[in-house]
Write a protein of this length. Sequence first.
Length: 718
Amino acid sequence: MPPAPPVVPALAWLGTWSKPPDRPAQVALGAAVALLLVAAAPGGTRWLAQTLDFASVADLTRRRRFLTVMAFVAAFLSLGYLAFYLRGGPRAPDAATYWLQGRAFSHGHLSWAVPDPSASFRAKDLLFGAPDRVAGIFAPGYALLLAPAFLVGAPMLVGPLVAAALVVSTWLVAREIALASGQSADRSETVARFAVGLSVLSAAIRYHTADALPYGAAAAAASMALGTALLAARTRDGRLFGVAGLAVGFLAATQPVAAVPAGALVLYLAAAAAAAAAPGEARGRPVLWACLAALPGVLFLLAADRAATGKAFLSPVTVYHALFDPHAPLTARELLLGSVRRLRVHLLDVTNFEPVTLLAIVAIALAWRTRGARLAGAMVLAQIVLASPVDPATVTLGAGSKLLVAVVPVEQALVALGLVLAFPRAPGRAAVATFALCCLGFAVHAAPDHERLASGDLGRPRFEPDLAREANVSHGLLFFDDDQGFELAFDPGVPASHGIEAVRLRNDDHDRLLYDSLGHPAIHRYVTTAASASVTFWTPPGNGSDSWRFEAESDWPPVAVVGGRAEAFEPSPPVGCLSEGHALVLTPDGTGNGPQGSEASLTIALPVPRGPTPPERKTWQIIPRVLQRGTGGKGALVLVDALGGPPLARWAWEDTASAANAASAPSTANAANAAKPPSCLDLPMQTVDLGGDRTRAWLVLRAKGAAVALDKTTVRGH
């Protein structure tokens, strides 16, 4: 019987509340007190507006000055978040993959070739295609923004620049929503400026425009798409639908889910504009502008999908998670609770304080009959519905609900509109008080999550380039213990002879083989802990030995999986005979509730030992080792020198819990097998000829009925 789920206290749904945990929170608390005093003092808001030179909303020069100043403030605050909370570099696990994709794009590569052995250059969230192609699994739009920044050596400035762009897009969408809701031009400008203030103060927006993640850029594109489409419909300028289409295309290439509601609203407004065209005008022009402008972004997404999976309409994220990182299906209760939690956290993302965000409902309720409120509300609701089936793990500390960040500017526009509608006689005082609550919410409510995000994991980026420079490491191999550090450091366009070539440490003879095949270049290891990070000299063990050990899990994710899923498995408690404590497990689909004869197969590479020159044809002894867990599955292993080629060697076994029972009859009960402790089994040695013009062979693992596990393969010279 599975253990009961942990009981979550009801107060946990209210989030974290504490005294200001760090200096930014203390500054925010001081700002909140000052703003509350200004809001309470007679004439305080007028004095503040005149002091900031924002008193007039009709003066075009002051509008430009306002947007310029606020864009600068937003970019500066994002840089401050990067320095204080992120410790100067990308921190999110996904950010490392976007970072690598952006670096590859700067060389013009949607996918890239890696040296042999390929296992030394593969990591989490990367897809491998035989014989030597690797690609990132994420949508390519944000990586495209990073690419030119890599060319000028300033990729971390992309986020602050996105923060500045968000100020403009938030102002635009808020102003157009207010105008479409029946507000005057001056009132609409006031709404837009209030929305910009909320955007600048949002801690979630600061995070998403500091780390190397696409969600801030998606928010800028989504708000620009809706704002420009509303502007085009109001001014009857069909060409502006082209700008909206460009934003939708970029959004499709950056966060495809968010492009669905934004694209639908742009098409709706374009179709409405076409229907309202005067006699003699080309009625289809607005729709044509929008569709043609969106096409480059969509085609770019399809090209990236094809480079990663071989098929334009097959998403690499879908392939990766289905085959290599599967999640158990969520129950209806889990989906409901996850959606409620995501929505609660999202309310915090918008204004740092959930009750303030509820002003958006006031705007929708008071202006429901107007186009602006209806369309904005529909866009937010559609995004919430599209995010509801997704794993609640998408909600994280500080980052909030990543799937809903795209509609944050629209919600901030609705909150600002709600302020003006709820307090028509004193909107300035209400706005200043609201900004004070946003600062207070960050100081005592949101800041603890951001502080824990900053100190989480190792409390520092997994790779800090300055450390390599300080250690005078300018070329050669640099080995990393973790996927994230490797992805941050790896540059597909830089070999070891021309610079630092990042390598994923495998703790088997993949490391030695790479070192030998490159002619023994300079070699170092990057070691990072919570206490420190360092670059040290290091040499792979086993130099000169003619016995080679290749761990199966080093080739995860495998080249191909058919009919099941593969995972790198670490038994608990550990199994003493298991090499490096891990194994590669293949589980057929439907195991446990499907047909007893369900089968699956996976393919991994088996490198041929070599030096700087191609390997000579030679006879090798091949000895695979499997892990016996008592699943009752039937395993088979085939060695081929070419994918789809004839077998060079074959092995077969049944997964029982003891090597002594490897040849037991198929009628042995699975329950009896499961009661025995896991053990290892070395399959019979077979002799094969490898080498010549082929630098690798392939192992095809098959499982029937239940999961089987491959530990390692030993290759010995004969």
